[in-house]
Design a protein around this ligand. Structure first.
Ligand SMILES: [Fe+2]
Length: 121
């Protein structure tokens, strides 16, 4: 859920690498698999529009050697990213998501400073 909400958070800082920016920001708070998904979502999302720009919509196929990550990211793009472009899609108010976002960002799970955080409690 948090990845779906924030996977494009890097858009304003990284016009050419927004997915990289988002992956770095989310890294301390999400699993390695979800970070990979956010980092690569832009290429997977391209399946839905790259061909309209003269690009290869199957650029995502280069990640066929990591089938579980491929499946996770393709599913994420189909269910959440591509679906979000539907102006008639049903949405929930932001307040619905707030508790989950607060819980996920309450404590970093993967950080170089984890040992130091554990010492101070
Ligand atoms: Fe994106």
């Amino acid at each position: 859920m948090v990845c779906a909400l924030l996977h494009d958070i890097g858009d304003t800082l990284g016009s050419y690498n927004h997915a990289d920016v988002a992956a770095v920001l989310l890294e301390p708070f999400v699993s390695a698999e979800n970070q990979w998904m956010v980092k690569h979502h832009a290429i997977f999302q391209g399946y839905y529009f790259f061909h309209h720009m003269g690009m290869d919509r199957n650029l995502r196929d280069q990640y066929g050697d990591v089938p579980e990550l491929f499946k996770r990211t393709a599913h994420f793009c189909e269910k959440y990213d591509a679906a979000a472009f539907d102006p008639d899609a049903e949405t929930l108010p932001l307040e619905f998501f707030e508790p989950t976002v607060r819980r996920v960002f309450a404590e970093p799970k993967r950080t170089l400073y984890k040992a130091a955080f554990e010492k101070i409690g």
